[in-house]
Design a binder for this molecule. Sequence first.
Ligand SMILES: [Zn+2]
Ligand SMILES: [Zn+2]
Length: 119
Amino acid sequence: MPQYFTGPPKCPKCKKVAEYDITSDDNCKGNEGRPYYKCNDGECTYPFFVFDDERGIVGTNPPCDCGRPTRRVISTVEQGLLKSSFFCATGVCRPNDLRNLHDKFHRDDLQELIQKGHV
Ligand SMILES: [Zn+2]
Ligand SMILES: [Zn+2]
């Protein structure tokens, strides 16, 4: 899976360089083993977190308010249904409007969506 960033992004709030890691545990949203950047500054109040792969970034996504592409991510699990939301692919924006543009699908379909790179 190709990386999304060419170098570590900076936290939009505290401007410190975000730290790189790989998700380990399966949080039942299909996100295990994904590279990500996160602001690890203990005093920063902004929960900067962004995946560093190209999963969920497809041309049919609505653009972010900032004009950049969005990434579709599984956000919540409700009664066996998974809900996805769109987030700024760079992680610097937290567009509330886009969060309402979501859809629900069955857990059985998750692997196929991951393989297609849709989430
Ligand atoms: Zn920060
Ligand atoms: Zn944005």
